[in-house]
Each structure stands twice: as structure tokens, then as C-alpha cells.
Design a protein around this ligand. Structure first.
Ligand SMILES: [Zn+2]
Length: 82
């Protein structure tokens, strides 16, 4: 599978992860994540790392649960802006 890493979406991803994105940029990314597998994986990975640093997920959940819940959130957000 050929997935070209798009510079623009990488920057958008970074903004959202850093919490510096506007609401519009955030929604744009959510929509984009539905279609772009490489960004979605990168986003999920960053989220999982951030969340696990923040809230010691080991105690009450596996990173896999976290990935699932984030994936659901992406679908919900993307669905709501379609
Ligand atoms: Zn992308």
C-alpha cells in the first residue's frame, strides 16, 4: 500500500496533539483521520502516550481500551460534521 505522508496533514496533526489547533482545525483533522490511516495511527499513538503519562492507564485499563475509545471518539466527531 502506498501512503504518501502529506506534509500538511502532519502539521495539522501536530497542532492538535499540542493542543494549539483551532476548533475548525481539530474537526478538519478528525475528518481527515477517517481517510488517512497513517495519520490516524500517528494520532492514536500520540494520544495513548499522552494519556498514559497523564493518568497511569496501567491501573484501570489497557492501552488497547484507550485506543478503542479514542477511535470511537474520532468516528463520532467525524460523523457529526458530515
Ligand atoms: Zn494524513
Amino acid at each position: 500500500m502506498e501512503v504518501e505522508q502529506n506534509q500538511a496533514c502532519t502539521e495539522l496533526l501536530q497542532l492538535v496533539i499540542d493542543g494549539q489547533a483551532t476548533k475548525e482545525q481539530h474537526q478538519e483533522l478528525m475528518k481527515h483521520l477517517e481517510e488517512c490511516e497513517s495519520c490516524r495511527e500517528e494520532y492514536l499513538l500520540s494520544k495513548v502516550i499522552k494519556e498514559s503519562l497523564k493518568s497511569h492507564v496501567k491501573a484501570n485499563g489497557t492501552p488497547k481500551d484507550l485506543v478503542n475509545s479514542i477511535q470511537n471518539k474520532i468516528s463520532d466527531t467525524a460523523a457529526s460534521i458530515k
